[in-house]
Write a protein of this length. Structure first.
Length: 198
């Protein structure tokens, strides 16, 4: 949902995207590419758009560059419905933007694993320093540690599954909205400039 004109302008003029600009300049074999050259390269190489989105995600910037469409009184019911559906879906996409990519390279294992290790470490220190449980009930102590590890694993699976479910919802809404936008542009329900943020 990026506006290629805006994206190419940002890559060319915003220091945040310098590494991306350098990569694209190398690909174009031109140290000073124009905005239109960058835009054409973005059209044929979606990997650069993915990298642009990744930079935005890490910088907490939105890559959903679609404006809220104005619904006019003179619009037909079909046009009004299309515009409203696009507006609703764009807001959902913005809310789910962190789930645009799947959980394969996420840090859930590190975050939740670190929390589990911390709980184990604290439990061990409390038991070792303030009780005699290692001497009197060591089997229960180790079963307790195993239970903590089990809960850590369950929490990891729950977070990963939740991410995957939201990722699936994002993909469905994205493809539906893209199709509605294409139909709306082709049917002249709205213009490109009315749809995309400049």
């Amino acid at each position: 949902m990026v506006n290629l004109k805006k994206t190419s302008y940002q890559i060319l003029n915003d220091g945040l995207y310098n590494t991306l600009l350098y990569e694209m300049s190398e690909k174009l074999e031109n140290k000073n590419p124009t905005q239109s050259e960058l835009e054409e390269l973005l059209k044929i190489s979606p990997s650069y758009i993915a990298e642009y989105k990744e930079i935005n995600r890490h910088s907490e910037l939105s890559s959903v560059q679609v404006k809220e469409l104005l619904i006019n009184d003179e619009d037909t019911q079909e046009v009004k419905k299309t515009k409203q559906d696009i507006n609703d879906n764009v807001q959902k996409l913005k809310n789910l933007e962190n789930f645009e990519v799947d959980s394969k390279n996420s840090a859930y294992s590190i975050w939740i694993g670190s929390a589990g290790v911390m709980v184990l470490f604290m439990a061990h220190n409390i038991i070792a320093l303030f009780t005699e449980l290692y001497n009197t009930h060591h089997t229960f102590v180790y079963l307790g540690y195993a239970f903590i590890l089990y809960l850590t694993y369950i929490a990891y699976k729950k977070m990963k599954n939740s991410h995957e479910n939201k990722h699936s919802v994002y993909k469905d809404i994205y493809s539906t909205t893209k199709a509605m936008m294409k139909t709306g542009l082709e049917s002249k329900y709205f213009t490109y400039d009315e749809l995309y943020v400049k």
